[in-house]
Design a protein around this ligand. Structure first.
Ligand SMILES: Nc1nc2c(ncn2[C@@H]2O[C@H](COP(=O)(O)OP(=O)(O)OP(=O)(O)O)[C@@H](O)[C@H]2O)c(=O)[nH]1
Ligand SMILES: [Mg+2]
Ligand SMILES: [Zn+2]
Length: 291
């Protein structure tokens, strides 16, 4: 049998396969070899009773996120609130870099669409349309976009990430119904104890969709080995202009005759995205120097 590890708990791994969950232990050789299994790992296992099994082999990973530790992620659902809290564009852009760097599709989800005007929506839409990233507008309140989001999760391993309070847990609750995650104000949650949001677990939405929630965070480092000349390639809307600068090595900062800067001036690249690019460029250069 083949299945995905969805949870590790006190020495057991829970493996999801064809709509069922099996509580699995490890074969002796895996225990000794110090193979570290992650949530998301695809494994071969043998069923030993109705709902129990033994893991035999770890299959190759497509990728691996460090925080949260999950393997084989297909898509990162970058969740932001259209309002309350107002969208943190820098964090959205950081997450999109992290995703692309790990061979994961970034998908942007503006939740709480019920709280903004059409005009405010157009403004955000205009910033991200040129990226080509898939973009969803959702509301847990009036259910806008929930079916579309559900559709896009089918057959994939997806991870929700984004600021605290944007509605990640609320979205997951409204998508599934098989589970109930704690939602609400951070302060209330802290009182209830942190450990509940610490562990990583994949939830099954239907037979083929696996989904992980993550605790909200506000800062995120860029990938350590990212080089300055590679940064532009992680901004899809910049790619179009890359060959058109005067210098082949143009970093689109202080160089003359830069096609990217021109595109920003003409409104073909959103200035908010270019701002992120410049901030990240400084970070990447500083990180290169510190080695
Ligand atoms: N108006 C409106 N409020 C929402 C919507 N979705 C969630 N909320 C509210 O926003 C608050 C935060 O939602 P959570 O789901 O706990 O947010 P979270 O992203 O999981 O937060 P952390 O777990 O701290 O990272 C809750 O009070 C929700 O009721 C929405 O679509 N519209
Ligand atoms: Mg949450
Ligand atoms: Zn340039």
């Amino acid at each position: 049998m083949k299945g995905h590890i969805i949870k590790g708990y006190s020495g057991f791994y829970y493996v999801f396969s064809q709509g069922k969950i099996y509580e699995c232990s490890l074969r002796g050789k895996n225990r000794c070899k110090s193979v570290r299994f992650l949530v998301g790992d695809l494994v071969n296992f043998e069923i030993i009773s109705e709902d129990k099994g033994v893991i035999e082999k770890l299959l190759p990973r497509k990728n691996q996120l460090l925080r949260p530790p999950i393997a084989n992620v297909d898509q990162l659902i970058i969740a932001a609130a259209a309002k309350e809290p107002s969208p943190d564009l820098r964090l959205i852009d950081r997450l999109s870099i992290l995703a692309q760097w790990n061979n994961i599709e970034p998908i942007i989800c503006f939740n709480k669409s019920d709280l903004i005007t059409e005009e405010e929506r157009q403004k955000l839409q205009a910033i991200y349309q040129p990226t080509g990233f898939r973009l969803f507008w959702t509301s847990v309140l009036n259910q806008e976009g929930i079916d579309a989001l559900k559709q896009c999760l089918k057959g994939k391993i997806s991870v929700f990430a984004g600021n605290s309070g944007v509605g990640k847990s609320s979205l997951m609750n409204t998508l599934g119904g098989h589970w109930q995650l704690a939602t609400g104000k951070v302060s209330e949650k802290l009182k209830r104890g942190r450990h509940t949001t610490r562990h990583v677990e994949l939830f099954s939405l239907d037979e083929n969709a696996l989904l992980a929630d993550t605790p909200g965070f506000s800062s995120l480092m860029l990938p350590e080995d990212l080089k300055r000349e590679e940064l532009g390639k992680l901004f899809p809307e910049l790619m179009f202009f890359l060959g058109q600068c005067r210098f082949a090595t143009c970093l689109h900062h202080q160089e003359p005759d830069c096609a990217v800067k021109e595109a920003v001036a003409n409104g073909n690249i959103a200035k908010e995205r270019y701002e992120s690019y410049l901030i990240f460029l400084q970070e990447v250069i500083a990180a290169e120097r510190s080695y």
